[in-house]
Design a protein around this ligand. Structure first.
Ligand code: ADP
Length: 623
């Protein structure tokens, strides 16, 4: 009962895997099934018509009649071979695309994944494991695609073999027989032969199952070994870390660590040994079976139950039946072992996302004709703990701001500024309290729509190895004039003039020999231009001048109103002098807003945190 339940569960996992493969790339399933069906036709028609040909010769048919069989064999084989080639061409393309399609699928999963999971290192490990198993050993969805052909082939072979072999067990030799001959002619001998066939198949299944289990067990270790090994190899080949590796002479350390992992080829040795052991048992059992079968079929033919043609047919089809059934179970064993990897995939794609429950559209007030651009955000007694943390990162935060205002968020490192922004942008939901947009809880809005009203330059922003224009527009096609205007506003105008191919200059040298390496400050300006290009009503700048030199920093402050226009700007900084121009300053300390007001009001409170931070920093900056 338990075994049955387990088998059902395994089968459900395999079926879900195929559903997933179908949703990722249905062409590959269809074409492979088609090729398998085509491949099965030739050997069986050849076998069948060869048997007819031999029977015809024995029966003394005319040369012309015999040639019909020969022509049928040749023509069918030719047609099947042409069809197979045509389908194979499609499969080659589909096979090449499959890896990309799987990667694209996982990217779309990541895009929809709750941010909390995305930030969790355990999620990265899971994704790494899935791709290691796939890329190094072809497990997971990839293996399902490879098994489609075998599966369809063996099912078709079993059906055809049974259909063509029925006569062996039902046909009886005419006349009276005694002793051994009578036994051969009786239904009992047919039953015994069937029993022996089952026994041989079971032995074969057990052996392939065992060898496949050893293989998967060992390969599982190998996947982990590969993951670590790739990590070290990547480190050695990565030009971004090359400077540090040279200066600290880290190469021997990395190479040694890598070799430590690579010098244990025990896994493959274990697989080879196990395979040899199981193959010996399989060969032995196959030999006995074939011997008995040949004697049985030979004896029945000798007694006249069927002709010489059918002797050839039955020996062929029975052998094919045995090998097809063994292959079927072998395929199941492979698929069952592959379920370990499929479950990891399902675990990854099934990670719950509670962020998408909202349906309300966000009014695009800024963009619609005559729009009043009137947005108001309110944090109402918001507290927040990170999922894996016991400590509150934010406590009882209440703050309200209108569109068009400049809100500065200041505080020491770890005081909760970035967490505040993450909640504002709904990367996380508050543990307690609520955040309201125009009086409505932000959870009630459609998630993607809500995200569309924010533009953020994160402290650890990322630019990519695309062209400068594509980086700013975050899109392949873009409005060149608008991109230029945004770069200009962000203070990148003069540098743009020097770029060898203007907006088409590729950033970084990962893919383009002529790519341009940019400084941290330049990157920050491009990131700012990207935020401006999105043209969202809220713009959040997390330490936007941290990498800028003092002149560039001054320019950003000076032109801040021009840069931000009528948008709501939320400006995060631990440098108080850079927030002075904001209408409202919220001072964070230990997860709480401890003071709020404009610069003059806050500095006037001599016992306040702002006063303390201002004068602590004034020692270093002549503000
Ligand atoms: P700030 O931006 O002011 O430097 P953060 O908002 O980044 O501060 O951090 C506030 C607190 O939350 C800190 O104690 C920090 O360690 C903690 N924290 C930040 N990110 C995470 C995270 N992903 N998981 C757990 N704790 C975090």
């Amino acid at each position: 009962m338990f075994e049955l339940k387990k088998a059902k569960c395994e089968l459900q996992t395999i079926l879900r895997g195929y559903k997933l493969l179908y949703s990722i790339d249905k062409d590959i399933i269809i074409y492979k099934a088609l090729r398998a069906a085509i491949a099965v036709v030739s050997p069986y028609t050849t076998l069948y018509f060869t048997a007819q040909l031999i029977s015809g010769i024995a029966a003394g048919k005319t040369f012309g009649q015999l040639m019909v069989y020969a022509a049928l064999i040749v023509t069918i084989n030719l047609i099947m071979s042409v069809l197979s080639r045509l389908v194979s061409r499609k499969i080659r393309i589909a096979d090449q695309n499959l890896w990309n399609s799987i990667s694209l699928y996982f990217n779309s999963v990541n895009m929809k994944m709750q941010y909390e999971h995305l930030e969790n290192p355990a999620t990265h490990l899971k994704r790494d494991r899935i791709f290691q198993a796939q890329n190094a050993n072809g497990f997971g969805v990839m293996l399902l695609s490879w098994q489609v052909e075998t599966f369809v082939n063996v099912i078709a072979s079993i059906i055809l073999s049974v259909a063509l072999t029925l006569g062996l067990f039902t046909l009886k030799a005419p006349g009276e027989y005694h002793g051994m001959w009578n036994f051969v002619n009786s239904p009992l001998s047919a039953l015994i032969i069937l029993g022996l066939l089952c026994l041989n198949i079971i032995t074969s299944i057990k052996m392939t199952g065992k060898s496949s289990a050893v293989f998967y067990n060992e390969i599982k270790n190998l996947a982990d070994q590969n993951r670590v090994s790739f990590f070290y190899l990547e480190l050695l080949g990565n030009y971004e870390s090359a400077a540090e590796i040279r200066i600290f002479n880290e190469s021997p350390l990395i190479q040694k660590s890598w070799l430590n992992y690579m010098l244990h080829p025990v896994y493959t040795t274990n697989i080879v040994r196990a395979n040899a052991r199981f193959a010996r048992v399989q060969t032995g059992s196959g030999f006995v079976m074939n011997l008995v079968l040949y004697i049985f079929i030979g004896a029945k033919a000798y007694m006249g139950a069927f002709g010489i043609g059918n002797f050839v047919l039955y020996t062929g089809t029975v052998a094919k039946f045995v090998s097809a059934v063994t292959s079927l179970f072998d395929t199941f064993a492979r698929l069952k072992n592959n379920n370990i990897y499929l479950r990891e995939i399902f675990e990854y794609i099934d990670m719950p996302n509670t962020m998408y429950q909202g349906t309300l559209p966000v009014e695009k007030r800024a963009f619609c004709e005559g729009g009043d651009n009137d947005y108001e955000i309110e944090f109402r007694d918001v507290s927040f703990k990170y999922p894996a943390s016991e400590e509150y990162a934010l406590r009882h935060v209440s703050v309200k701001f209108h569109v068009g205002e400049r809100l500065a968020v200041v505080g020491m490192n770890g005081s909760g500024k970035t967490t505040f922004i993450k909640l504002l942008c709904r990367l996380y939901d508050p543990t307690e309290g609520e955040i309201l947009l125009n009086g409505i809880d932000i959870k009630k809005y459609d998630y993607d729509e809500y995200m569309s009203i924010f533009s953020v330059v994160f402290q650890d922003f990322k630019l990519f190895s695309f062209s400068l224009g594509q980086n700013v527009a975050a899109s392949v096609k873009y409005d060149r004039e608008r991109v230029k205007a945004c770069l200009e506003k962000a203070g990148f105008g003069a540098r743009l003039q020097e770029m060898p191919e203007g907006l088409d200059t590729c950033l970084y040298k990962d893919f383009e020999e002529n790519g341009v390496e940019i400084s941290g400050g330049e990157a920050q300006k491009i990131a700012l231009a990207r935020a401006l290009y999105k043209d969202a009503p809220f713009i959040v700048l997390d330490e936007p001048t941290a990498a800028l030199d003092p002149v560039a920093e001054y320019e950003v402050y000076f032109k801040f109103n021009e840069i931000v226009g009528n948008k709501t700007a939320i400006y995060i900084s631990h440098r108080l002098s850079s927030c002075r121009f904001c209408d409202e300053i919220a001072v964070f300390d230990n997860g709480k807003i401890v003071q709020q007001g404009n610069h003059e009001e806050l500095i006037a409170d001599e016992n306040g945190k702002y006063h303390e931070l201002w004068y602590a920093q004034a020692q270093y900056y002549n503000t």
